[in-house]
Design a protein around this ligand. Structure first.
Ligand SMILES: O=C(O)/C=C/C(=O)CC(=O)CC(=O)O
Ligand SMILES: [Ca+2]
Ligand SMILES: [Mg+2]
Length: 395
C-alpha cells in the first residue's frame, strides 16, 4: 500500500482531481486521476470496469450523480492507503486523448478577440457584427483532428491569396497562429428535440480542458466568406490531457461582464457560469500573454443553451470551445494575429522579432483557477510543436 503526501497548496490537490487516460509501457490506455505528481489507476484501485476503458466516455455517460459519487470515493481513496501498482509517477506515463470526441463546436465569445479580428479581417466595417451581442456566434469544427497535448502539428498547405494579388497560390501557410481557449466536455447527452436550459449546464457538462485551436490565418482569410472557418482551422486542435471536473471549478464561478442588450429569455442564466480562469501562453518558453477567462462575454452555459435551442441534442464526448480568450490589454490577447497585429507589430521572442509561427516553434498554454479556501487548481498544459509542411508541398 502507498500513501500520497498532498500539500494543501498543490495545484493537483484534493480540490482538483482531474481525470485523464494514461498508459504505462506495454499496457493498455485506461482512466486515471491526477494527484500532485502521481497518476492513480482507477480501474485497479476502485475495481470498476468503467475505468478500464481507453476513454472517459463510458464514465461520463453515467451522469452527474455518479460523477459526484466517484469524486467522493476518489477523495477518500487518495487521502488514504492506495494499492501498490495503482500509483504511477506522472513523468512515467503516456497520456492519451482523454475522451472520444463527438461533435466539435467552436464559439467566438470574447468581445475583445471578436473586435480585434473584425478590425484585422474587415477593416472599414464595424468591428462587431450586428448579431454578436445577441447570440454566442459559433461554427462546427472537425472532431476527428482534435489531438492530445504533446502531439506535433504539421504546418498546413492550402490556397493563399495575399491581399494585393489577383489570384490565389498554393503552398504552406505563412501565417500559422494559435488560439488559446477553454473547452467544455459534454458528459451526459440531451434528448433530441429538447433544448438544454442555461441552468441545466451542470447536469450535462462533465468538465473543462485547455484548447489550442491552431489557425492558418492566410488560408482562413481567403476561404471564410461567406460560410466561415473551414480548412484554415480543421487541420489540428490540441486539448490538454487532464479534464478538470466542473465540481472543481465551483470557487472560480463569477458573473459574466454586463450583457447589453439583455439577451433573449433562453440565454438568461440564474446561476452565474462565468469562470475566473487565468491562462498563460508561452512561445518557445517565453510567456507572451495571460488571457483572462473572466472577461468572456458569453458563459459556457449560454453557449450550451444556444447550441441546443433549435432542438439539436448533445452527446457524450461532444466538445465545445469558448473561442479565443482575449482580455482588454495587449498582453492578454490569446492569438498571435492580435498580439502582433497581423505581423505588423512583431513580438520579441527570446530576442528575435516574431509575427507568426516558424517550423520547430513550440507553444504551451497553461491555466489555473481559484480553489475553495484559497490556493489554486491547475489545468496542466496544452503543448504543441510545429512540424514543417510536407516536402512536396513546400515552395
Ligand atoms: O472574425 C473572423 O472572421 C474570424 C474569427 C476567428 O478566427 C475566431 C474563431 O475561430 C473563433 C474563436 O476562436 O474565437
Ligand atoms: Ca477558435
Ligand atoms: Mg482547429
Amino acid at each position: 500500500m502507498t500513501t500520497i503526501d498532498i500539500p494543501g497548496d498543490s495545484p493537483f490537490g484534493l480540490a482538483n482531481l482531474p481525470y485523464g487516460v494514461f498508459s504505462t509501457p506495454g499496457t493498455a490506455p485506461r482512466v486515471g486521476v491526477r494527484v500532485t505528481d502521481w497518476v492513480v489507476d482507477l480501474a485497479q484501485a476502485l475495481g470498476d470496469e468503467v475505468f478500464a476503458a481507453p476513454s472517459l466516455n463510458p464514465f461520463m455517460a453515467q451522469g452527474p450523480r455518479r460523477w459526484a459519487e466517484v469524486r467522493e470515493r476518489v477523495t477518500e481513496l487518495v487521502s488514504g492507503r492506495i494499492p501498490d501498482g495503482a500509483v504511477h509517477p506522472v513523468g512515467g506515463v503516456r497520456m492519451h486523448l482523454p475522451f472520444e470526441v463527438g461533435d466539435f463546436v467552436d464559439f467566438y465569445a470574447s468581445e475583445h478577440h471578436a473586435a480585434n479580428l473584425g478590425r484585422l479581417f474587415r477593416p472599414g466595417s464595424s468591428p462587431l457584427m450586428p448579431n454578436w451581442r445577441h447570440l454566442p456566434v459559433g461554427y462546427h469544427g472537425r472532431a476527428g483532428t482534435v489531438v492530445v497535448s504533446g502531439t506535433d502539428v504539421r504546418r498546413p498547405c492550402g490556397q493563399l491569396k495575399p491581399p494585393d494579388a489577383d489570384a490565389p497560390v498554393f503552398g504552406p501557410s505563412r501565417r500559422l497562429d494559435i488560439e488559446a481557449e477553454l473547452g467544455f466536455v459534454v458528459g451526459a447527452g440531451s434528448a433530441p428535440g429538447s433544448p438544454v436550459r442555461c441552468d441545466d449546464f451542470a447536469a450535462h457538462v462533465f468538465g473543462a480542458v485547455l484548447v489550442n485551436d491552431w489557425s492558418a490565418r492566410d488560408i482562413q482569410s481567403w476561404e471564410y466568406v461567406p460560410l466561415g472557418p473551414f480548412l484554415g482551422k480543421s487541420f489540428a486542435t490540441s486539448v490538454s490531457a487532464w479534464v478538470v471536473p466542473l465540481a472543481a471549478l465551483e470557487a472560480a464561478r463569477v458573473k459574466t461582464p454586463p450583457q447589453d442588450p439583455e439577451p433573449l429569455p433562453y440565454l438568461r442564466e440564474n446561476e452565474p457560469w462565468g469562470l475566473d480562469v487565468e491562462l498563460s501562453v508561452r512561445w518557445n518558453g517565453q510567456e507572451v500573454s495571460r488571457p483572462p477567462y473572466r472577461e468572456m462575454y458569453w458563459s459556457p452555459a449560454q453557449m450550451l443553451a444556444h447550441m441546443t435551442v433549435n432542438g439539436a441534442h448533445v452527446r457524450t464526448g461532444d466538445l465545445y470551445a469558448s473561442g479565443t480568450i482575449s482580455g482588454p490589454e495587449r498582453d492578454q490577447r490569446g492569438a498571435f494575429i492580435e498580439l502582433t497585429w497581423n505581423g505588423r507589430e512583431p513580438l520579441e521572442v527570446n530576442g528575435t522579432p516574431r509575427g507568426f509561427l516558424e517550423d520547430g516553434d513550440e507553444v504551451v498554454i497553461t491555466a489555473t483557477a481559484p480553489a475553495p479556501g484559497g490556493g489554486r487548481i491547475g489545468f496542466g498544459e496544452v503543448r504543441g510543436r510545429v512540424l514543417p509542411a510536407l516536402a512536396g508541398e513546400r515552395d
